[in-house]
Design a protein around this ligand. Structure first.
Ligand code: ATP
Ligand code: MG
Length: 361
């Protein structure tokens, strides 16, 4: 069976380092591994509108931002197909049919949607579109017959929902859909990167992110303002590592060679953590180290972004051709789906003959 990737992001803001380690960096690795037959990367603008219906400008403005983030992170348009969700009506049509296979109570149990509803203060007035976005996500994944979805931990319930829809569809109609697997980062800490304010998830909607496009001085300021251990007041105080996001980000980004380059008094992260726990190591020193580590990772991405920003007409063509190519694939799947559901009347000679015979002509 072909190995196919479908993954994407909502154009609700620029992409941040949580997206990068949770999904984007691995997409680039998977793209360059040559192990996959096709890679589709979707800018999920229709999904973004489900909780931003009154702010289409935000979504529209962020299409290019996300595309530039992809290209600067190393997505290669010759190897991966970048598409814009709303421009492929077949995805919406699939959603309409899949919706018949999902119950309201099943959607209500989705823990990610539950917490997103809380986060957005939607409790009493959830837009139907938002409530049902897991179904639309099943359409996006299955339209491309994706086998693999590289994503962060918050996407697990969506993948479970997709697999249920696939099984139900294949059982009820005919085996045309493919069950996808989520591909999570190996390191637990990369599956849900916390925000710089210590909140559980770095998110564009919470304003607690370090963006891939942030200039050097903005990254430095954000690092210096990061949440650490609120009880670690004096340098001599013993400090706590758990819940201290500076150390969480070091867990994500720090490699042993960074010590030789930026902090030669220590040889590895465990030593640094031990000293912090014992007391005698100040936040500023650790933050300066983290800043150096992050700048090293982000500098090449930032550099490539400056280059791509000079080539916007080319980026628009990449999006246009990617979307056109993807639309053809989605149309083929939709045709299979309608045939399986026996609602392909005009392409079905049996239906035509039956009607004629029934009425004797
Ligand atoms: P929004 O707040 O608009 O939902 P978001 O920051 O959650 O935005 P999405 O576009 O919903 O971003 O997610 C895109 C991808 O990035 C998904 O695969 C998601 O799992 C992953 N991702 C998002 N935030 C994080 C994070 N903090 N840590 C790890 N992965 C993340
Ligand atoms: Mg999200």
């Amino acid at each position: 069976m072909a190995k196919i990737i479908l993954t994407g992001d909502r154009p609700t803001g620029q992409l941040h380092i949580g997206h990068y380690v949770g999904s984007l960096k691995r997409r680039v690795e998977m793209q360059n591994s040559g192990e996959f037959d096709k890679i589709y990367i979707m800018i999920a603008d229709a999904q973004a509108l489900t909780d931003n219906a009154d702010n289409p400008k935000k979504v529209r403005d962020n299409i290019m931002e996300v595309a530039l983030d992809y290209l600067s992170a190393g997505i290669d348009p010759d190897k991966s197909t970048i598409l814009i969700q709303s421009q492929i009506p077949e995805l919406t049509e699939l959603t309409f049919y899949y919706a018949n296979l999902v119950t309201v109570s099943r959607l209500q149990r989705n823990p990610t949607v539950k917490s997103e509803i809380q986060m957005r203060n939607f409790e009493a007035s959830i837009p139907v579109g938002f409530f049902t976005y897991p179904i639309s996500q099943a359409s996006d994944i299955t339209a491309f017959k994706a086998t693999t979805v590289p994503a962060g931990e918050d996407q697990e319930p969506m993948l479970e929902q997709t697999r249920e829809i696939v099984r139900k569809f294949n059982q009820t109609y005919a085996p045309v859909l493919v069950e996808p697997e989520i591909s999570l980062p190996d390191a637990q800490v990369c599956r849900r990167v916390p925000g710089i304010d210590g909140k559980a998830k770095m998110s564009k909607s919470l304003g607690n992110a370090i963006y891939l496009a942030d200039p050097e001085d903005v990254v430095r300021k954000k690092v210096m303002s990061m949440y650490t251990d609120p009880n670690h007041l004096k340098v001599s105080d013993p400090g706590q590592i758990e819940g201290n996001v500076v150390f969480t980000y070091l867990d994500v980004f720090c490699k042993p060679e960074h010590f030789a380059s930026f902090l030669p008094d220590y040889s590895n992260l465990d030593e640094l953590k031990d000293h912090y726990r014992r007391g005698g190591l100040g936040d500023v020193k650790v933050k300066k180290f983290l800043n150096a580590v992050l700048q090293e990772e982000l500098a090449p991405i930032r550099e490539r972004r400056h280059q791509w920003e000079q080539r916007v007409p080319e980026v628009i063509e990449i999006l246009r051709t990617g979307t056109e190519e993807a639309q053809k694939v989605a149309a083929a799947t939709l045709a299979d789906v309608k045939q399986a559901m026996k609602i392909d009347y005009f392409d079905d000679p049996t239906w035509i003959t039956e009607q004629k015979e029934k009425y004797g002509n």
